[in-house]
Design a protein around this ligand. Structure first.
Ligand code: SF4
Length: 321
């Protein structure tokens, strides 16, 4: 793939297909996601898919303070809009982000009530639903496909790794083929389909992570989120790390930046990159290191490095014939 006068195939001069630009094009301005905790649980914690949850998981690490499941969805939305309006530039649209735990893990009627409660708020133009790939079915996807005719509807799957050996080791409770099927079924219905991946999981080499770029590129994904492994206090992974630190191949910032550039060069340019690093609440991470740098600083440094190397997303991507 070649660049054309520094306007890339995604229609702007940034060197990757950035989510913020995509949203600005789609909505004509700034879009704010409102995190919702709708009181769901997780089948990997209650024994349905597994017990104990994914070894790295502690939902406390990423739930903002305004969202607590004892508060109704409508109230969380009201508080979220107030919170964000005080802090940031004016948003042209708000999306309810069903974020905590597994947001499709309930009977369909209950799910409909919850999503529609969010959509009934006059300032909410859509929902983003975070879930596991083993927690969707045809009825739910048909219903979401119907909603997506009138609203912005996206489903985001926690895929985490393309390798079954890793998924087993982190106790995900599903394999990679399960993710592929869920992504294909969702995208085939015209629902915006996203996926989340973690780099640095134990037992996975950097070469394997890099090869993941081609695997991910072949999936019908609209958006992707990546983050470096952050080991959260109080998780099973934290115990494992204390016990056998040599099993972990954690990235320094310089290593991660160079790794992610190589990854991005191979990534399908049509896939929108929502983020490439993760942030958690300070004090919760064992391997704080560069994770304490703010994500906007990291993004600036990353884009500067793309300039220096004169490279961009998809430069080495090969279309599958
Ligand atoms: S990461 Fe998600 S799927 Fe895994 S235990 Fe936590 S809530 Fe459940």
């Amino acid at each position: 793939m070649e660049s054309n006068n520094n306007i890339y195939p995604w229609g702007h001069s940034r060197r990757f297909n950035a989510y913020s630009n995509y949203f600005r094009n789609e909505f004509g301005g700034r879009v704010q996601k409102l995190s919702i905790d709708a009181g769901f649980t997780c089948p990997n914690r209650d024994g349905t898919a597994g017990r104990g949850g994914c070894t790295y998981c502690n939902n406390e690490a990423f739930s903002p303070s305004y969202c607590r499941s004892t508060v109704s969805i409508s109230e969380q939305i009201r508080k979220g809009i107030r919170f964000h309006s005080r802090r940031y530039r004016k948003s042209v649209a708000f999306l309810a982000y069903f974020q905590a735990y597994t947001n499709t893990y309930a009977p369909l009627e209950e799910l409909k009530d919850k999503y529609e409660e969010a959509l009934s708020h006059p300032e909410v133009t859509g929902v983003i639903i975070g879930t596991r790939p083993d927690c969707v079915n045809d009825d739910l996807l048909d219903y979401l496909a119907g909603l997506s005719r009138d609203y912005y509807i996206a489903v985001e799957y926690g895929v985490e790794s393309c390798y079954d050996k890793t998924l087993l080791r982190i106790n995900r409770g599903h394999d990679f083929s399960c993710s592929v099927k869920a992504i294909e079924k969702t995208a085939a219905r015209g629902i915006k389909t996203g996926a989340h991946f973690i780099f640095g999981l134990p037992g996975e080499s950097r070469e394997e992570m890099l090869e993941g770029a081609e695997i991910i590129s072949s999936l019908p994904l609209k958006t992707v989120k990546f983050h470096q492994l952050q080991i959260i206090k109080g998780t099973r992974m934290a115990d494992e790390f204390m016990d056998k630190p040599g099993d972990f191949n954690l990235f320094s910032w310089d290593e991660y930046r160079e790794f992610f550039i190589r990854f991005l060069e191979k990534l399908n340019p049509e896939i929108i990159v929502e983020r490439f690093t993760g942030e958690s609440k300070p004090g919760l991470i064992i391997n704080e290191g560069w994770g304490r740098m703010r994500s906007d600083e990291l993004l600036r440094a990353f884009e500067q490095r793309l300039e220096e190397l004169d490279t961009w997303q998809g430069r080495l991507h090969k279309e599958k014939k």
